[in-house]
Design a protein around this ligand. Structure first.
Ligand code: PRX
Length: 657
């Protein structure tokens, strides 16, 4: 459980954000073409949704293509929601088939560029063909509605095809980020009860190939239920193929029909599971269902990006994260957009790769993460200045609070002062953007995600659920169910209940701290639990700690976050060693590598510190606040070259923790 008595956001953070008083209204030209125009337009829509939410969501759901219309908008038995009962639909019809009748048929659905510079374009018609063929291939493997499949792929069009082919047959996909380790693949595959893994031989990252298939081989040694593994040939590097289990993608679809009847799924049938970190224990399998999720992703995508038919829309997230699910795949394709997909790293072969791509394909909407923006700043203004970025009309950020300095840089150097910035707050659990400006309506303030979308009721409250005053810090909660909310944690409904519905009475607990300013704008202050936000991605201190104690030299470990200029948060670990083990630089390095191997490179600690013992309160709880202070240099321990003795500081602090 989160420890709500010790919210992480510091008062210092609140004070610094309070100084940020600039507002940026959209330009009259932007407003003139916008879907929702001016604050009056936003307020009218917000009130319409608030006064009759069922009617509002029913109207929005009319934008989806239904096989059978729904009968009831919402059945709410806290904490379980059922949306659009009685209806049937299929996500792949909504993302592909519906665009085949009319001008979108030959529109580019995916413009893809591989890291080595190869490139492909798939029209909606071509995407349809690929999805149908691959779905037929999955049928040949015996996969059927309700089965689970792990997808572990590089960012290539086939990753999207794999997701949609699963959706077409009602197979529940669980995408595992390609940067995660074999261990992470195994854990997630087992928890989901997946019987199929879809992967590639490898993928390109900074000129090297990532050995995805080798990781899968390793993982599958621990997953006896996986009967089949489909492998897409991307890099051509040699891989082991286990004859009874492994099959090449190109062999599977060879000669297979390009028509595949989509399954009629109930609104509440699961669409996917996506694992994310919680504050304790193993990763949580967040379960999203078909109709509500698809509605949330497409509605928010249309509204927040103020979508136009001729946009080239680029969300830089990987499909391994929720942002990739909602704003690379389901939202944009459901809306018939042209999406840009790039396989590799932003600094390969040079640090202007993103700007080159924007200029080359005429990208008009660019949605990325604050951590990336901070890296761009560091790499120098001359890089974007070298490229023609005039096609851009709208910018967006997601994943963590954006510091006003990065916001202003993004606005000036990339948007040339012309493009509104949508700072979008949401979570894996919310499925879709919850708080963000409608860009033709809501003036922006650097560092604020601004106002909730129409249909979303967000509040800042104390632990009992009472609203706090303007500019006072509190917990961000959502007080009305929304269509794309998670339905449960796969295999663990009790954890679903306790993590989200028991901290503050009767509302969804986001585990974020926030404050609302005098204009009603929301300022997110970060997590109040032990979840870290490293480069916009979630990691729990627990996961890092359990990876460390798996190492033969480690007795006990505590991981904490410390502010990091680029990543937002970096990881510092305090470690006590088993009897007779030597604390030296070699072991520090080995422990960093060990965590990286156990979880993924994202989790590699920035610093390893050895301690005599970990500081604990009299009741035996690790004093995390003290460790955070030490890690960020607010408190020194003196000698950090050998074993640190934290006991004296611990005694001084014992009463406070
Ligand atoms: O702390 C918030 C932060 O990211 C968390 C959700 O992480 P995840 O489920 O991985 O999803 C990230 C992409 C949606 C939140 O609890 N967060 C996300 N967006 C913002 C943010 N914090 C501040 N501002 C944002 N725009």
């Amino acid at each position: 459980m989160p420890s709500p008595t010790h919210p992480k956001p510091e008062t210092q953070n609140i004070a610094s954000l309070l100084k940020e008083g600039r507002t940026f209204p959209p330009s009259p030209e932007f407003v003139a073409n916008a879907k929702v125009q001016g604050m009056e337009g936003y307020k009218a829509l917000y009130e319409e949704a608030k006064s009759n939410p069922d009617a509002f969501w029913a109207k929005q759901a009319g934008e989806l293509q239904w096989i059978k219309p729904f009968e009831k908008v919402l059945t709410w038995n806290e904490p379980h929601a059922r949306w659009f009962e009685g209806g049937t639909l299929n996500a792949s019809i909504n993302c592909v088939d519906r665009h085949l009748k009319g001008p979108n048929r030959n529109k580019a659905a995916i413009i893809w560029e591989g890291e080595p510079g190869d490139s492909r374009v798939l029209t909606y018609q071509m995407l349809h063909r690929e999805v149908c063929q691959f779905a037929n291939g999955l049928k040949l493997l015996g996969m059927k509605s309700g089965d689970r499949a792990t997808i572990y792929m590089p960012l290539i069009p086939e990753a999207v095809v794999a997701m949609l082919a699963c959706a077409r047959l009602g197979i529940v996909h669980s995408v595992v980020f390609g940067g995660f380790s074999a261990e992470a693949v195994a854990e997630r595959t087992k928890d989901a009860g997946a019987t199929l893994v879809i992967t590639a031989d490898g993928g390109y990252r900074r000129g090297k190939s990532i050995p995805l298939k080798a990781n899968v081989d390793d993982a599958l040694n621990r997953c006896p239920d996986v009967a089949k593994c489909v492998v897409y040939k991307r890099t051509g590097e040699p891989v082991q193929m286990k004859p009874s289990r492994d099959i090449w993608w190109h062999d599977l679809v060879q000669g297979v029909e390009a028509h595949c009847e989509p399954a009629a799924m109930e609104s509440e049938d699961p669409l996917f599971i996506l694992y994310t970190s919680g504050s304790t224990g193993k990763p949580k399998g967040i379960l999203h269902t078909t109709a509500g999720y698809l509605l949330g992703a497409s509605y928010s995508h249309r509204m927040v990006f103020d979508l136009r038919d001729d946009d080239v829309y680029w969300c830089t997230a990987d499909i391994g994260w929720i942002t990739g699910h909602s704003y690379v795949v389901y939202g944009p394709l459901c809306n018939g957009s042209t999406l840009m997909l790039y396989e590799g790293a932003p600094d390969f072969p040079a640090k202007d790769r993103f700007w080159e791509i924007i200029a080359k394909y005429g990208v008009s909407v660019f949605y990325t993460a604050p951590t990336a923006i901070r890296a761009f700043i560091k790499w120098g203004d001359e890089l974007p200045a070298k490229h023609d970025l005039s096609s851009l009309r709208l910018l967006g950020t997601v994943g963590e609070p954006i510091n006003p300095e990065a916001w202003i840089w993004f606005h000036e150097k990339i948007g040339k002062g012309r493009c509104p910035i949508v700072d979008t707050w949401w979570q894996t659990e919310t499925g879709a953007i919850m708080i963000a400006p409608l860009p033709g309506a809501v003036p922006t303030k650097p560092g604020s995600a601004t106002l909730p979308l129409p249909g979303i009721i967000a509040e800042v409250v104390d632990k009992k659920g009472n609203p706090v005053g303007d500019n006072e810090g509190g917990y961000l909660v959502i007080s009305r169910p929304w269509p794309s909310m998670l339905r449960t944690i796969f295999n663990d409904d009790a954890r679903y209940r306790s993590a989200y519905w028991e901290t503050v009475p009767n509302v969804y607990f986001t585990a974020d701290g926030a404050r609302r300013d005098q204009d009603g704008y929301l300022w997110i202050m970060g997590r109040v639990d032990d979840v870290l936000n490293v480069a916009g991605h979630r990691l729990s201190t627990m996961e890092v700690e359990s990876a460390l104690v798996n190492h033969p030299s480690v007795a006990e470990a505590a991981a904490v976050g410390r502010p990091d200029e680029i990543k937002g948060e970096g990881i510092v670990v305090f470690v006590t060693l088993k009897q007779g083990k030597i604390a030296d630089d070699k072991l520090k390095q080995a422990l960093r590598e060990h965590v990286s191997k156990e979880i993924g490179a994202l989790a590699r600690p920035d610093e390893v510190r050895f301690a005599e013992s970990l500081p604990k309160t009299r009741s035996g709880k690790i004093m995390r606040r003290l460790l955070r202070d030490i890690a960020s240099g607010n408190q020194t321990t003196g000698d950090t070259t050998t074993l640190e003795d934290l006991s004296v500081l611990a005694k001084l602090r014992d009463d406070e923790e």
